[in-house]
Ligand binder design. Structure first.
Ligand code: CO8
Length: 376
């Protein structure tokens, strides 16, 4: 079987950064207003007063200090508390495709490749902006891929990128494609409830792209051989979003809490850490590799404590920042893109022959592991 490589990654970072302090100020202004407006009911015991958020809690519980968003003003207005992203006419590129194109162009430039060389585009992300036509097909059109290329969307929530890498690697191995771009545009702020104290700080927006190619494709830059990919899913309601096309058929539930992201964070933490650590160790064994030979883990970026525990279980010691880099402090949780941002920003120093792991986990539950070796 021929070898498959990651030959480049690309990154698009939105223009607006939002600090914990800005987010907490907006949240607490909303809480004050809510408690004032409902003072009588709260005093009568019919409603519970809302509690304030705190920057100290957010940073300690998650490692997040700020996040990037596509639109900042609405979500910081206590009367709005949602990003404001106007609809565009059909003749204009949609915002999700626009972010994906920017990340794709960055990856193509890194590899010195032209869009005409790409056989397949996979848009792998947590949320698609519309039902159809596929965002991937819009990206394919906008990039100017060749007439024989094809494109499709797929969604495995936070694990979309690693699942996309396995799809791409399998296509290349089977010979149905030579060059596949996996693109992860994530507007997580669009499905985050900024009025929910438990989760208002968790997510940020970004787009990443991964170029997966066969050994026959000439490449002058760095490349990482994919040593193996492994995927796992196990059903759980602990991370859920019931938004969907049938909502309008049950009108009473349209704006209900569960039509945005909801989670049982503690349960997710407790259940996913052992699941992912065991999966990584199992996959290492299957590939005949040893944890001590891993130079770096580019883990899913959901929570700094989770990553400390997973890397500790796998490596047998607390991972240094060099062994398990974080981007949570600046990007927050960007769903499928998190491990790819970590890889994009922390892989240039790898020497030929050094080994690393790209790993994602999240809603589903779902998890994916991709072991790579710097090959050029
Ligand atoms: N400010 C101050 N206090 C707070 C706040 C706040 N903002 N929020 C909660 N508290 C309080 C609670 O009320 C609680 O108080 P008490 O002890 O008095 O009851 C106390 O702080 C502790 O609360 P928690 O137990 O909830 O706090 P944790 O330490 O568990 O931290 C986290 C909460 C950060 C959510 C943590 O549990 C976590 O990160 N868990 C892992 C979650 C995770 O990985 N989820 C997967 C991410 S989603 C995903 O993978 C993709 C989904 C699809 C994409 C969706 C994109 C939108």
């Amino acid at each position: 079987m021929s070898d498959v490589y990651i030959t480049a990654t690309g990154l698009f970072t939105p223009p607006n950064s939002v600090s914990n302090a800005e987010l907490v100020a907006a949240f607490n202004a909303f809480v004050e207003q809510y408690n004032q407006e409902n003072a009588a009911q709260i005093a009568a015991g019919a409603l519970e007063a809302l509690g304030p958020s705190s920057t100290e809690f957010i940073e300690k519980a998650s490692g997040i200090k700020s996040r990037f968003v596509m639109s900042k003003t609405g979500l910081l207005d206590p009367k709005i508390m949602t990003p404001l992203i106007p609809e565009r006419p059909n003749e204009e590129i949609s915002i999700l495709a626009e972010m994906g194109v920017a990340a794709a162009k960055d990856a193509l430039a890194q590899a010195g490749r032209d869009a005409a060389d790409i056989d397949c585009i996979i848009c792998a992300a947590s949320n698609m902006q519309r039902a159809y036509p596929a965002i991937a097909i819009e990206i394919q059109n906008e990039l100017g891929c060749g007439p024989n290329s094809y494109a499709f969307d797929m969604n495995v929530a936070c694990s979309s990128a690693t699942f996309g890498i396995q799809m791409a690697a399998d296509m290349v191995k089977s010979g149905s494609a030579k060059s596949v771009l996996v693109i992860n545009p994530e507007i997580c702020s669009g499905h985050l409830n900024f009025r929910d104290r438990d989760s208002h700080f968790i997510f940020g927006d970004v787009a990443t792209a991964i170029l997966v190619e066969g050994e026959s494709v000439q490449n002058n830059g760095a490349k990482w051989k994919i040593l193996g990919t492994k995927l796992k899913t196990q059903f759980s309601n602990n991370i859920r979003n019931n938004f969907g096309f049938l909502n309008r058929t049950a009108p009473t539930g349209v704006d209900a809490r569960d039509k945005l992201f909801v989670q049982e964070g503690r349960k997710v933490f407790k259940e996913v850490v052992p699941m992912v650590a065991a999966m990584i160790t199992e996959h290492l064994q299957e590939l005949g590799l040893e944890a001590k030979n891993l130079r770096r883990l580019w883990l899913h970026q959901a929570n700094a404590g989770m990553n400390r525990m997973i890397s500790g279980k796998v490596l047998g010691h607390e991972a240094s920042d060099d062994e398990s880099p974080t981007v949570l402090d600046t990007y927050a949780n960007t769903s499928s893109a998190g491990s790819i941002i970590a890889f994009n920003k922390n892989s240039a120093d790898f020497k030929i022959g050094e080994l690393g792991l790209i790993c994602s986990f999240g809603a589903g539950y779902s998890a994916g592991t991709v072991f790579v070796e710097r090959a050029a």
